[in-house]
Structures are given as C-alpha cells and as structure tokens.
Design a protein around this ligand. Structure first.
Ligand SMILES: [Zn+2]
Length: 342
C-alpha cells in the first residue's frame, strides 16, 4: 500500500470536479480577509478548520459565502487561480475543469464580471507558463438563487472564448430541482457550452434522471444516489455517462456514514464510468492525491485500476480531440515509466 501511495502521488491526473472558491488555501484566505478588512469568524488556519467542519447544508452555504466575501480585487482572483495551478502541479494534475460561481463573486466583490474573469485568466496563464498545468472553467448557477440563472448563462456565453467550456449547477439540491433550470441549460447548449449539473448527491435518482432528460447532462456531478435505482444504473452503464465522484466530500456532508458504506466500488464493478475528484479540498481536508489514496485504502483499487480512473477523467474532459489525444499519449508514457520503477 505504501508503494501504491507513492504511485498515486506521482501518476498523471485530471480533475473534473473542483470548485475554485472551495480550493483556496486557508492561509491565503486569512491573508485576503486581512487585506480586504473582512472579519472572518477565524483568526488562524486551525480556527478556519473548525469553521469549515460540516454542521448542516445551511452552514456549508454560509461557509461558501464567507469565503467569497474575502475576494475583492482582480488581483485576488489572479492569486487564487495561480495557487490553484500550483496545487495541481504539486499533485501532477495536468489538466482540470474548475467550477466557479461567477455571479456570487460579481455580487460580493462588486466588480464587473470581465474584471474577475481577467484576474482568473491571468492566474491561469501564469500557471500554464510557469508550471505547465492548464484548466478550463465551468461557471455554475447556484440553485438557491434561481433568479440569477439568466445572468450566469449570459456571462458564461460571453466568456466562452475565454476558457469557459460548460454550465454547471451547484448549491442545494433539495427544493431546487433540475426542472427550474431547463431554459438556461437549453440556452447554454445552443451557445456551444457543455452541461455538467450536480445531481444525485443529496437528492435521489429522480434528480439524475431529470439532469439527463431535461438538462442534457453530459457528466453528472456526484451521481452517487443512482445506486437506489437499478434502471438508472443500467442506463448510466449503457451510455457510459461519466460520474464525477467525490468520496470524501460525500462522507463529510453525511451522504454516506463511511467509505465502507459508499457505493463507489460497487458502481465501478457494475461497469459505470467513474472519475474521482476532490470537490472542495481544504473544506474536506483532502486533495486529489488523497482521493486516489482512498481508492487504494478503502476501495481496493489496483495500479491498473488507478490508471483507468485517471484516463477516464481525461477522456471525459471537454478538451479538443487533438489536445486530448496528445495528453493521453503523455499519460500512457508516464504510467509506463511508473511501472518500470515499481
Ligand atoms: Zn461540487
């Protein structure tokens, strides 16, 4: 297992389900709060960890708003994007698709969306040049604020040529089902954006069915609750619809009581298209390396299976075909080298 942990850290990876605001380093958040004179409910990293600990979904949303309120200037967005890239580089994450709640940020930072996107893309460009990692953006509608959905879509479409590849749907599933967002996803799709809603995390299989049928979801954020519906499991297997699984997030949010109760291994054995992701790394005291270690320690994944999970994420990404093929060649070479040294 120690051997496999080293393998996990060194292997090339792709991350498809991670929220930029939820990935900000705690030390950076403290520094930004101080600079922007925002009173955080914590004075140090230890205090932030306490604040982050999951109590209920309402508190989780409050944590998100608090984090967002620490961001005030274009430079702040540059910094958090660049540091995200540095965290990817540290874990050999070569490519990511990163969710960002653009309209929440426009609201709290009181900046035009273009200034925020410019800041984000400046950090992304710096990370690409200095560290050789790259990513694209998924701008998400926050379900709890359905009245903002048109603005989110408008911005996402306007920023389509600035690295935005998809429309997401996050926030509270309960009370805000896919039905409320049909027109927005239709508009985004017409404009060439992909569809990646969260579904089947807190709500049951019905939310996944509706994400597929009404929002034309190409990947499902989480989707773990499909286990309750055999017809849905069959459908997901037949169509090979990628599931963005985030096991530690599920445990922290109480979706399952333990890794042992989590259906990831079962769904994998059933032949579903599984990817593994970190969701909000510091909020759940995890990162992508750790999620892959969880596959080893709790789900019995072998080196071959870990490689397959990594390639799944690459194949499920929205990279243009040529870039995807190029990266797959590099990944295969990377895995071959790792095998030789084992
Ligand atoms: Zn998420």
């Amino acid at each position: 297992m120690v051997d496999l942990h080293a393998f996990v850290c060194q292997m090339p990876k792709v991350e498809l389900h991670v929220h930029l605001e939820g990935a900000i380093r705690p030390a950076t958040l403290l520094q930004l709060a101080k600079r922007n004179r925002f009173a955080l409910p914590a004075q140090d990293v230890e205090g932030l960890r306490d604040f982050y600990r999951f109590r209920d979904f309402a508190h989780f949303i409050e944590v998100y708003v608090t984090i967002t309120r620490c961001l005030q200037t274009q430079d702040d967005y540059h910094l958090i994007a660049y540091e995200f890239g540095a965290d990817c580089a540290r874990q050999n994450v070569r490519y990511a698709e990163v969710t960002f709640s653009i309209f929440t940020n426009v609201t709290y930072a009181n900046l035009p969306w273009q200034a925020i996107v410019d800041g984000l893309n400046a950090g992304r460009a710096q990370a690409r040049t200095e560290l050789g990692v790259d990513w694209r953006w998924v701008f998400d509608i926050v379900r709890d604020a359905p009245q903002t959905q048109e603005q989110v879509v408008e911005i996402a479409l306007a920023a389509h040529d600035q690295g935005v590849v998809a429309l997401g749907l996050g926030g509270s599933e309960k009370g805000f089902p896919p039905e409320l967002f049909v027109q927005s996803f239709e508009r985004a799709r017409q404009g060439g954006l992909h569809s990646v809603p969260h579904a089947g995390e807190i709500a049951g299989p019905e939310s996944i069915w509706n994400a597929l049928r009404l929002l034309y979801a190409e990947r499902i954020g989480h989707g773990v609750r499909c286990e309750d519906d055999p017809a849905l499991v069959d459908y997901l297997r037949e169509r090979q619809i990628p599931l963005e699984m985030c096991p530690t997030s599920n445990i922290c949010l109480g979706v399952f009581p333990s890794y042992e109760a989590h259906p990831l291994r079962w769904l994998w054995d059933e032949g579903l298209f599984i990817t593994v992701n970190s969701d909000d790394p510091p909020l759940f005291n995890t990162d992508l390396n750790h999620e892959y270690e969880v596959l080893v320690d709790h789900f019995g994944f072998t080196a071959d299976e870990l490689e397959q999970v990594s390639l799944n994420a690459l194949r499920a990404s929205f990279l243009p075909q040529a870039e995807k093929a190029q990266l797959e060649t590099e990944f295969r070479a990377g895995f071959a080298r790792l095998r030789e040294t084992r």
